[in-house]
Design a protein around this ligand. Structure first.
Ligand code: AMP
Length: 514
């Protein structure tokens, strides 16, 4: 099993079909795409001396070279570690070191933000994918057919934040990603060769993962000229390309809907807009359906079982769009749908026993999409996967018909604009300020972002806190999007008998303050 064999098959089946586009411009057909992949696989092996199982960081904006690099890694048996380009360079360096990457393939600006002199990056080869050298690497004689790999062979080191503040590398195998792709066909939508799949959100996450079912279908892969998410650009592209699909976080979908409504642009040129990765509120879904038509689908997943826990399919949305009297329409639209085909999903109580419909407990998942474990972190793996069941840390309940509704997150994860923010890493950044005695960070509901970050800060006795200084401190060590939007300076934090900060109490305070 090797994801690269899907590309090789398409190069034989539909060599002249358009494969890679930048905006409306075709930059490679399937034959050309596969040939460049093959050349790069050879170059990585021969020129960079990389071996099967070695890791490579991918640090890029959304450009065609991202996809070429992914498939080239697989053709050479190498394991890519795609890194979220929005992270702070110091966070990125930490990930590259943790994964033991021997090389990083980067777009120019992102590559230049790294410090090769840092001892943790000793021996790291930084390759600029926008250089003449890289273009040459993609046009030399090819490598041959992708080797068959065991289904458990690692295909993607997916870095996800966690409550300890340090990201963990989720090991996803070729088998995991093949199962995830097949679930897309069964539970989300059935892509076809005539479709165009747009990489509007970061390729290092959901947008990149959902490229695979579309590659299998032989669809067009479209990289936006803006190299990222731009609602106006997407609305212009849709009628020109036709049958456009993409994955995006709820915040992005909302922005697109606002733009479409303002421009009186109906969504008829879209095939499927998949939203997920964070909560989308009912009124936003209703509005999105009203403006964009019956093209929405929702997935609930997490890095440890990528995109694959439950789904509310495109077909289900279309039915509810067509029939305002659809049974329990509101509850269903507010749910995250039903278990996807290849996984068992349960809601369990404190002792791990399954709970009946209507009762809230932790959501656990078992099946072929569940990760192989965390990279170099056996202890965390054992905590996360018990008897084959992945503990998601999310709380929810099933209804009688198998629709799952998420209630809360047992971890204190904040999801802002579809990106995960763990309070601990923000707290650690703020605690580095000499005038800060204590700090606690929570999320607050935001119409624009889903949630935004609020920091309660206790100054050291006699000290005055300047929030501009705190903000500058965060900018030095964490990604911009993780900075608190609001600082609340307080005398003390509410705590329980064990000295643990009561975040529930802080949330109440925020609500009372309006
Ligand atoms: P990540 O591992 O970065 O993909 O984050 C996964 C977390 O995002 C999940 O554990 C959920 O808490 C949340 N999440 C994912 N999909 C949804 C969804 N459709 N609705 C609400 N929350 C979601």
């Amino acid at each position: 099993m090797n994801l690269a064999s899907w590309l090789a098959a398409n190069a034989r089946l539909r060599p002249n079909d358009p494969a890679l586009l930048v905006g409306r411009r075709v930059v490679a057909d399937y034959a050309h795409f596969a040939a460049r992949v093959s050349s790069l696989a050879g170059w990585l092996t021969l020129n960079l001396a990389l071996r099967p199982g070695d890791r490579i960081g991918l640090l890029m904006a959304n450009v065609p070279e991202y996809l070429i690099s992914l498939y080239a890694c697989w053709e050479a048996g190498i394991v890519p570690a795609p890194v979220n380009a929005k992270l702070h360079p110091r966070e990125i360096e930490w990930i590259l070191a943790d994964a033991g990457c021997k090389a990083v393939l980067a777009t120019t600006e992102l590559g230049q933000s790294l410090r090769p002199e840092d001892p943790r990056l000793a021996g790291l080869n930084i390759v600029d994918v926008e250089s003449a050298e890289f273009a040459q690497a993609c046009s030399q004689p090819g490598f041959g057919a992708p080797p068959a790999l065991p289904g458990t062979h690692p295909a993607w080191l997916f870095y996800t934040s966690d409550t300890t503040g340090k990201p963990k590398g989720v090991m996803l195998s070729h088998g995991n990603l093949v199962s995830m792709s097949l679930c897309y066909y069964a539970d989300v939508d059935r892509p076809e060769a005539a479709d165009a799949y747009l990489y509007a959100a970061p390729i290092s996450h959901g947008a990149g993962l959902y490229g695979f079912p579309h590659l299998r279908a032989g669809a067009r892969h479209v990289l936006p000229e803006s190299r990222g998410f731009d609602a106006a650009e997407i609305l212009q592209l849709a009628p020109r390309l036709g049958r456009l699909s993409f994955f995006a976080a709820p915040t992005m979908v909302r922005r697109l809907v606002d733009e479409a409504a303002a421009a009186h642009k109906p969504g008829k040129h879209f095939r499927t807009i998949v939203y997920g990765g964070g909560p989308m509120y009912l009124q936003d879904i209703e509005r999105a359906m009203q403006v964009m038509g019956p093209c929405l689908a929702q997935i609930y997943g997490q890095g440890e079982t990528p995109m694959t826990i439950t789904a509310l399919s495109r077909e289900m949305h279309a039915r509810m769009h067509a029939d305002p009297a659809y049974p329990r329409r509101r509850e269903r639209l507010a749910s995250v749908g039903v278990a996807q085909s290849c996984v068992d999903v349960r809601v369990v109580g404190d002792t791990g026993h399954p709970l009946p419909a209507g009762e809230i407990g932790e959501i656990v998942v078992r099946g072929p999409t569940v990760m192989q474990g965390y990279w170099n972190n056996r202890e965390a793996t054992q905590e996360a996967v018990q008897n084959g069941w992945l503990r998601t840390g999310d709380m929810g309940c099933f209804d009688e018909d198998g629709f799952l509704t998420l209630k809360d997150r047992s971890k204190d994860l904040i999801i802002s604009g579809g990106s995960n923010i763990y309070p601990r890493e923000v707290e650690e950044a703020l605690l580095a300020h000499p005038a800060v005695q204590e700090v606690s960070v929570i999320g607050r509901h935001s119409v624009e972002w889903g949630e935004d970050v609020v920091a309660f800060v206790v100054p050291r006795p006699g000290e005055h806190l300047d929030t501009a200084e705190l903000d500058a401190l965060c900018l030095e060590s964490i990604a911009r999007f993780k900075r608190p939007k609001t600082y609340i300076v307080t005398d003390a934090l509410p705590k329980n008998n064990y000295g643990k900060v009561l975040k529930t109490e802080l949330r109440k305070r925020l609500l009372q303050a309006g």
